[in-house]
Design a protein around this ligand. Structure first.
Ligand SMILES: NC(=O)C1=CN([C@@H]2O[C@H](COP(=O)(O)OP(=O)(O)OC[C@H]3O[C@@H](n4cnc5c(N)ncnc54)[C@H](O)[C@@H]3O)[C@@H](O)[C@H]2O)C=CC1
Ligand SMILES: O=C(CO)COP(=O)(O)O
Length: 335
């Protein structure tokens, strides 16, 4: 007798838990967390108070602290850990997961030191596994509350993407597919850096025109680097590009935007990181983005200012002064 499809999600933070709760509507879903207290709360009370305070999870979602149990009957593996733990987690997974299982990344970061995208790390650590991602403008709390949203499953193979699409879909969560993995995967990490700038602007009270400038010129930077790295230009005006940039720059719930507001309040990177219980990928990604911009000769003035603030080279006020001093050329060119 065939058993129902098993989705395994690794990492029970805000987004891993939310995606697991979505998948539990459509498939037998198991989430792996390191902390026994989190597992117990999900199994007994259908909640994850540390990350999604006051919100109910799908009753069928089950949790475990055992990686062996999580991977035993896994048909689809979803990686919900942040980019800094992505490779280490995959190394633990490698001996336990069956060879053909597709692996979907939720992480919106780039690896420090190697500058790798998460699906590149999947190929390196789990060779032969189909690798893709789920991304889009998806603030976890809003999605879990059932507010309508849309996302993209990006896989090189359209047939596999179509097979995975219904696992995450619901009447209020619309999942599209895209075969441009590079373009779809770069939107998230790059928008996180721009969102820090938008947050700085918010904190400094720069006004809506300036915010629109940061978002629009930020998209130009994202697209320039993304295309140089092999993404398709049109992907950056879709959900994983412009869509995610907008939600992250506009939402007070965005951790990256909150980080920018903290910089505007005069806090240092160390102080900000110490005060957060969640990850803001844009902090670490900013230096990786500047390395890539240097290698590919791409002009990224907004990301450059963010990277300088993250490193403590100057403050948010100087960053916005720096942006004002930029010479403006033709709109489709750099700057
Ligand atoms: N929260 C959101 O609204 C969204 C987040 N994302 C992305 O999803 C990824 C995960 O973010 P969140 O869930 O928001 O982060 P979070 O900060 O809420 O939770 C991170 C989770 O990963 C776990 N973790 C960290 N290192 C680990 C390790 N070595 N082994 C096992 N577990 C580990 C933590 O214990 C925690 O449960 C990030 O890359 C983020 O950019 C993407 C879309 C939406
Ligand atoms: O990626 C996100 C929304 O799509 C979440 O953004 P933050 O990590 O800034 O909260």
């Amino acid at each position: 007798m065939s058993r129902p499809m098993r989705v395994t999600v690794l990492g029970a933070g805000s987004w891993g838990t939310t995606v697991a709760s979505l998948a539990a509507r459509n498939a037998d879903t198991l989430i792996w967390a390191r902390r026994a207290s989190t597992v117990e709360q999900i199994n007994r009370e259908h909640r994850n108070e540390d990350y999604l305070k006051g919100l109910a999870l799908h009753r069928k979602l089950r949790a475990t602290t055992s990686l062996e149990e999580a991977l035993r009957d896994c048909d689809v593996l979803v990686m919900g850990v942040p980019s800094h733990s992505f490779r280490a987690t995959l190394k633990q997974v490698a001996p336990l997961v069956r060879p053909w299982v597709p692996v979907i990344s939720l992480a919106k970061g780039l690896e420090q030191g190697t500058q790798r995208r998460m699906t590149e790390i999947i190929h390196e650590e789990l060779p032969g596994h189909p690798a893709g991602l789920l991304a889009g403008p998806n603030i976890a709390r809003e999605v879990l509350q059932g507010m309508a949203a849309a996302a993209v499953v990006a896989m090189p193979d359209e047939t596999i993407a179509r097979a995975l699409q219904p696992l995450f879909s619901s009447s209020v969560f619309r999942v599209y597919i895209n075969t441009d993995v590079i373009g779809s995967e770069l939107g998230g990490p790059l928008k996180n850096v721009i969102a820090i700038s938008a947050g700085m602007g918010q904190g400094l009270g720069v006004g809506e025109n300036t915010r629109a400038m940061v978002i629009t010129r930020g998209l130009a930077e994202i697209t320039r680097l993304g295309v140089a790295l092999g993404g398709r230009a049109e992907t950056f005006s879709g959900l994983t590009g412009l869509g995610d940039l907008l939600t992250t720059c506009m939402s007070p719930l965005s951790r990256n935007r909150q980080v920018g507001e903290q910089y505007a309040a005069g806090k240092t990177t160390a102080e900000i990181v110490a005060s957060m219980n969640m990850v803001a990928e844009g902090i670490k990604t900013s230096s990786v983005v500047m390395e890539l911009a240097g290698t590919y000769g791409v002009d990224m003035p907004i990301a450059r200012e963010v990277a300088a603030v993250v490193k403590g080279e100057h403050g948010a006020v100087q960053a916005f002064r720096g942006l004002r001093r930029l010479a403006a050329g033709a709109e489709q060119e750099s700057g």
